[in-house]
Write a protein that binds this ligand. Structure first.
Ligand code: NDP
Length: 255
């Protein structure tokens, strides 16, 4: 019998219509949470909601572009109106662009990545912190990356944003620890999702080259990140805040 650690909890998952976010939304719902999924593609969001409902869970999709401040504000207003509260949040929405070195990247690429991956997380936290505080505590998990703690040739803007997420996570954790709001980050290694597939489509040899760097010998599964996010939000992690958890199959152990 599956544990139901999130019974009666309202949980937000940004980017919950695909990949890591979808796996996490399904996992929270399976453990009793009412899940709010926020992303742009409505058809995919509605499909995840339908899957959750078919399994006896509860979820809704609220179309949100995290790069648009007024849409983020409207998301949290809707959560307040419909659910009256928020207990946990997984700030996961993110994007990547084709591999490009620092000197070749464009202003547009910088803005797209930073507005989605970094500013989007900060904007969501701006509303999540007071709402979770009001409930007497809860947890925020931000999705950084293995590229938040290491660097790869050609992904400097993405890496800069993912490193900055860890700074934001730790500083915010300090601010609200005494209010029982815990703020942590996950740093996934290379996970099989639409995002990584885009890179492999562009450069098929990259997959085997990457797997070679992973001691466990395979890419990760979205469910393996979801498991860590749920643990961080559960009472099992009640003394963990301001930390990044690297989930990468051992990638990075070797110097
Ligand atoms: P996916 O492409 O499957 O998921 C990306 C998600 O982000 C989608 O749900 C997408 O929904 C959402 N999203 C993108 N832009 C926006 C936006 N402007 N507003 C709202 N939602 C948005 O890839 P992953 O599951 O792999 O990526 C999820 C997170 O995991 C990202 O932050 C990524 O950087 C991180 N990550 C992924 C790794 C991997 O190897 N796959 C490794 C390390 C970290 P929609 O397009 O409908 O808006």
């Amino acid at each position: 019998m599956k544990e139901r650690r999130f019974e009666d909890k309202i949980v937000l998952v940004t980017g919950g219509n695909s990949g890591i976010g979808k796996a996490t939304a399904l996992a929270f719902a399976a453990e009793g949470a009412t899940v709010v999924i926020a992303a742009r593609r409505e058809n995919l969001g509605n499909e995840v909601v339908e899957t959750i409902k078919q399994k006896g869970g509860d979820a809704e999709f609220i179309r949100t572009d995290v790069t648009e401040p007024e849409q983020v504000e409207a998301l949290f207003a809707a959560i307040g109106e419909r659910h009256g509260r928020l207990n946990h949040a997984f700030n996961n929405a993110g994007t990547s662009v084709m591999i490009r070195r620092t000197a070749n990247a464009t202003l547009e690429e910088w803005d797209t990545i930073m507005k989605t991956n970094l500013r989007g997380i900060w904007l969501c936290m701006k509303y999540e912190i007071p709402m979770i505080r009001k409930e007497g505590g809860g947890c925020i998990v931000n999705n950084s990356s293995i590229l938040g703690v290491r660097c790869n040739d050609g992904l400097s803007i993405y890496s800069a944003g993912k490193h900055a997420i860890l700074g934001l996570t730790k500083a915010a954790a300090l601010e609200v620890a005494h209010r029982k709001v815990r703020v942590n980050a996950v740093c996934p290694g290379f996970i099989e999702t639409a995002m990584s597939q885009k890179i492999f489509d562009h450069n098929p040899a990259a997959k085997d080259a990457l797997i070679f760097t992973i001691p466990i010998g395979r890419l990760g599964k979205p469910e393996e990140i979801a498991g860590a996010v749920l643990t961080l939000c559960s009472d099992d992690a009640a003394f963990i805040t301001g930390k990044e958890v690297v989930i990468a199959g051992g990638h990075g152990i070797r110097p």
